[in-house]
Design a protein around this ligand. Structure first.
Ligand SMILES: Cc1cc2nc3c(=O)[nH]c(=O)nc-3n(C[C@H](O)[C@H](O)[C@H](O)COP(=O)(O)OP(=O)(O)OC[C@H]3O[C@@H](n4cnc5c(N)ncnc54)[C@H](O)[C@@H]3O)c2cc1C
Length: 352
């Protein structure tokens, strides 16, 4: 295991923010992670796990503890049945490499999540999703160890309590367990109907799609998702300034009926006709709409922190500090609250 002292964290995050970690360790195995836990306990240091660094923001002052970065790749099929396969991945495995591997092997269920940066382990934390697919639909089990007791614990899909961009790992077990492996259940024969509008549009444009073989369809979907994501700078690329972000910065608020009616009549008073999506008995409102109707716009910049020109939910580091990025986030939250009475929730993990 490599250990660095007083090591700059920013380069290990897609938003390129954060001062120095007192200790920074590259962990390629469970043993490495357990050594980090032991070292931080013995020396009374805080411990923070990161992997791809695409959904985490460290303070400008840095982190006076141990940052353990999970690295390395391992993908293995542990069960083959007629209709599905169970595939176990090491937590550090790059998510998009795994998606590519699954498509090359003609396994389906994650192709719409092509191009999401980060690791396989972290996907379960916020129930990652895109273009109509969500991790919760393909998780068989999540293998962890408890930081306090050191004991291994397996979470079955139902134990994860997945919801919209959430799971038990984002709240009850945050900082309490380390995810070491994830077992995915991928399909060998089904294929989605891909009803998400942008994606459907790409399929409709391509007449030959319906004659494609299963694997050709999966490859087409991956390419189409890449194309759509690139147009919004949602593929992380150091050379694309609009992708120096954490992806979407705010969650789309979900309102119950009473909250929705209040919001809707307020919007009508402002002569607005807000889009919304019915989710069971609740209503999901696009946060991007609220932001744009609260006086912000794509390309807005203040003190080097800005809103992407390509996507109003992505806050971008155009040469800012963590402080100015969080100031911008708070300005947006305050304005949306004042205009619509809705409190936006921040998606990435903000380390204090
Ligand atoms: C350009 C861009 C596009 C994005 N698009 C999407 C999208 O379409 N959909 C979506 O849902 N998300 C998206 N994201 C967000 C992000 O990619 C995902 O949340 C991703 O799963 C984070 O993985 P990571 O390995 O980078 O996690 P990190 O940022 O390293 O960590 C995130 C959190 O998880 C914890 N953590 C990480 N690994 C472990 C582990 N093994 N055990 C315990 N805790 C752990 C960390 O402590 C931290 O709290 C996007 C981000 C960017 C930059």
């Amino acid at each position: 295991m490599e250990v660095f002292e007083n090591h700059l964290i920013a380069p290990y995050t897609t938003i390129n923010l954060g001062g120095e970690a007192r200790f920074f360790c590259n962990c390629n195995s469970e043993e490495d992670l357990r050594n980090c836990v032991k070292f931080s306990k013995e020396n009374n240091y805080r411990l923070k796990i990161i992997a791809g660094g695409s959904n985490v923001i460290f303070p400008d002052e840095g982190f006076r503890g141990v940052v353990a970065k999970i690295e390395g790749e391992d993908i293995k099929i542990i069960k083959e049945a007629k209709e599905f396969v169970l595939v176990e991945t090491w937590a550090g495995t790059d998510w998009d490499n795994f998606v590519k591997w699954s498509i090359e092997n003609s396994f389906s269920g994650i192709e719409c999540m092509s191009g999401i940066p980060g690791s396989c382990g972290a996907t379960v934390i916020q129930n990652v999703g895109a273009y109509g697919q969500e991790i919760s639909n393909v998780i068989n089990e999540v293998i962890t160890f408890d930081i306090e007791s050191g004991k291994n614990r397996i979470f079955k899909n139902e134990d994860c309590k997945f919801g919209y961009r959430t799971s038990v790992f984002k709240n009850v077990y945050k900082g309490k367990v380390i995810i070491t492996k994830v077992v995915f259940r991928l399909s060998r024969n089904t294929i989605d109907d891909y009803s998400y509008p942008d994606l459907k549009n790409e399929i409709t444009k391509y007449k030959e799609y319906s004659n494609f073989s299963r694997i050709e369809k999966l490859k087409f979907i991956r390419n189409a998702v890449y194309k759509i994501r690139k147009s919004k700078s949602m593929i992380y690329d150091k050379n694309d300034p609009y992708s120096i972000s954490c992806g979407s910065f705010f969650l789309n608020p979900i309102l119950n009926r009473e909250e929705f009616e209040k919001f809707y009549s307020l919007a009508k008073e402002k002569k607005l006709d807000p889009p919304y999506f019915k989710v069971n008995t609740n209503y999901k409102i696009p946060a991007a709409y609220l932001i744009e109707k609260s006086g912000f716009y794509k390309g807005y910049i203040k003190n080097g922190a800005g809103i992407s020109k390509k996507h109003s939910l992505a806050l971008v580091n155009f040469g800012c500090s963590t402080e100015s990025l969080l100031n911008l986030a708070n300005d947006i939250k305050d304005k949306v609250k004042n205009e619509f009475g809705i409190s936006l929730e921040i998606e990435p993990d903000i380390i204090k």
